[in-house]
Design a protein around this ligand. Structure first.
Ligand code: HEM
Length: 538
């Protein structure tokens, strides 16, 4: 009754229109000309040179020559599936976002999981962050929740992203991937960026070698806003919890699998869905007000910090089920374009300086990766919601607009849309108002606490998990060739926990050096639980 398609039917994109099936059909050129002989080129005599006029050969080879497109600059290696999100309840008090409008409401999704650093053909079970990108085809346009399987990030400001990625990608002189050799550059960079300490703890933990895409959590990472129809807003952190539980590999398993089956995660996801063992995640929200956020001992705009669940519990609001593999890897998994700028009425950004940079980056990179400004028309990217605007032309334009008016306002009419903020359209997107401030390059004071939450993560781990972290640091740092980098790392860890620092130092045959100077004189923040907003007792 909510307009969503029935269970098991995958509606993402109107794909039937573009599905191709050549069975029992004649082979043709791209111009629809029937081809009599697909084995032999046209020659001047059976043993002579090939004729320039063989347009059939030339078309076939030319198309082949252009089959490859650039891989993603990050997250190049990935696997994806279709499914749907079902809301457990009506959340319209909190947000007017269409997927949460009613209990039982279903919204189609397409989800791509990925590693970050490796190239398109790299192995699945490496130690790395995993991408967890969800495209919701909502009634009011596409909403992309472009998250990771770790709830924090290495850096606090988009300004540092190209530096981070240049440090982690193959070294430019020899192109050797860092997992396969000494990898000084990554450790050089992160030990000069103490804000990465918390993320490194997760990155060196079992979280960075998931058992399966099906057993990973996902996180929106940044603080977002939910906005209701009255314009009232709360802060929100998004969590995906795998219904089958969160499971990891141990390093020895992961290393063996890299050799035995480099496509381990891709195969696992595909086979589970083919077998009808549909992977499921529950969506959890942490909801808090601006006043609560102001009382926290960290800044909610800092993407190197979590909001501890002791402060704000995660409340489960719905479930996502992946129930259909793509028909075609290239058409769907490769050409899908996720973008943090894709939000819908009821969801809004915050001023997190990493998120703010991402809002620019995705559309920009996709213009070159997907060849021009019209990739939103590729079926996997096209919203189910209708698209009407005065954008025109560009490479590979599919839509055929009629009439002479492609501007607004106009008085000539003729198929031209009007802006939805006009009377009667209460669900149009509008940004939450924010008080103006002076322009400044810098960081808020609380961004300087780099160690409290790294310590929180360390003490949350079981002894076996702590041992895995120590071993991972020993292994990674033993392959760094520059001694000063190892010293810097140990002096970072000395600020996290003495047992951790000592354990890693012993493995490297070193003494723990003095702790890295703190970036702030403020005393370490104190974590005090505060009352959470309950979704159920509103
Ligand atoms: C992919 C930029 C931080 C999650 C990408 C891509 C770019 C990019 C250029 C390739 C997109 C494409 O070619 O389609 C950035 C920048 C960041 C940033 C500039 C920081 C300033 C993050 C963070 C997360 C994240 C913090 C997680 C919360 C992802 C995911 C993908 C991706 C999941 C893969 C999407 C897919 O599966 O196609 N990012 N990123 N990124 N990024 Fe980021």
């Amino acid at each position: 009754g909510n307009g969503a398609p029935p269970l098991g039917v995958c509606p993402a994109g109107d794909l039937d229109r573009v599905r191709a099936d050549g069975s029992e059909q004649r082979l043709t050129t791209n111009q629809g000309v029937p081809v009599a002989d697909n084995q032999n080129s046209l020659k001047v005599g059976l043993r002579g040179p090939t004729a320039m006029e063989d347009f059939i050969l030339r078309e076939k080879i030319t198309h082949f020559d252009h089959e490859r497109i650039p891989e993603r600059v990050v997250h190049a290696r990935g696997s994806a599936a279709h499914g749907y999100f079902e809301s457990y309840q009506d959340l319209s008090d909190l947000t007017r976002a269409a997927p949460f409008a009613a209990a039982g409401k279903r919204t189609p999704v397409f989800v791509r999981f990925s590693t970050v650093a490796g190239e398109r053909g790299s192995a699945d079970t490496v130690r790395d962050v995993r991408g967890f990108a969800v495209k919701f085809y909502t009634d009011e346009g596409n909403w992309d929740l472009v998250g990771n399987n770790i709830p924090v990030f290495f850096i606090q400001d988009a300004m540092k992203f190209p530096d981070l990625i240049h440090s982690v990608k193959p070294e430019p002189h020899n192109g050797i991937p860092q997992a396969a050799s000494a990898h000084d550059t990554f450790w050089d960079f992160v030990t000069l960026m103490p804000e990465s300490t918390h993320m490194l703890m997760w990155h060196l933990s079992d979280r960075a070698i998931p058992r399966s895409y099906r057993t990973m959590q996902g996180f929106g990472v940044h603080t977002f806003r939910l906005v209701n129809a009255q314009g009232a807003s709360v802060f929100c952190k998004f969590h995906w919890q795998p219904v089958g539980g969160t499971h990891s590999l141990v390093w020895d398993e992961a290393a063996k699998i890299i050799g035995a089956d480099p496509d381990f995660h891709r195969r696992d996801l595909w086979e589970a869905i083919e077998a009808g063992a549909y992977p499921e995640w529950e969506l959890g929200l942490q909801i808090f007000t601006e006043e609560q956020a102001a009382s926290f001992p960290f800044d909610v705009l800092d993407p190197t910090k979590i909001v501890p669940e002791e402060l704000v519990p995660v409340q489960v609001v719905g479930k996502m089920t992946l129930n259909r593999n793509p028909d075609n890897f290239f058409a769907e998994t490769e050409q899908v374009a996720f973008c943090t700028a894709h939000i819908v009425p009821g969801i809004d950004f915050t001023n997190d300086p990493l998120l703010q940079g991402r809002i620019h980056s995705y559309l920009d990179t996709q213009i070159s990766r997907l060849g021009g400004a019209n990739f939103h028309e590729i079926p996997i990217n096209a919203p189910l919601a209708p698209v009407h605007n005065n954008q025109r032309d560009g490479m590979h334009r599919q839509a055929v607009h009629r009439g002479r008016v492609a501007y607004e306002p106009n008085s000539l009419g003729g198929g031209c849309p009007f802006q939805a903020g006009m009377a009667g359209f209460t669900t149009a997107f509008s940004q939450m108002p924010q008080p103006p401030e002076d322009k400044v390059r810098g960081k808020p004071e609380l961004f300087a606490d780099h160690y409290s939450q790294a310590r929180l993560f360390w003490i949350s781990q079981s002894p076996a998990e702590q041992a895995h972290i120590v071993n991972a640091y020993r292994f990674e740092l033993s392959r760094v060739t520059v001694p000063a980098i190892r010293v810097r790392l140990l002096s970072m860890l000395a600020n996290v926990d003495p047992i951790l620092a000592e354990g890693v130092a012993q493995g490297l045959g070193m003494d723990v050096p003095p702790a890295m100077p703190l970036a702030t004189d403020a005393p370490p923040p104190h974590y005090e639980p505060s009352p959470a907003l309950s979704l159920l007792s509103r």
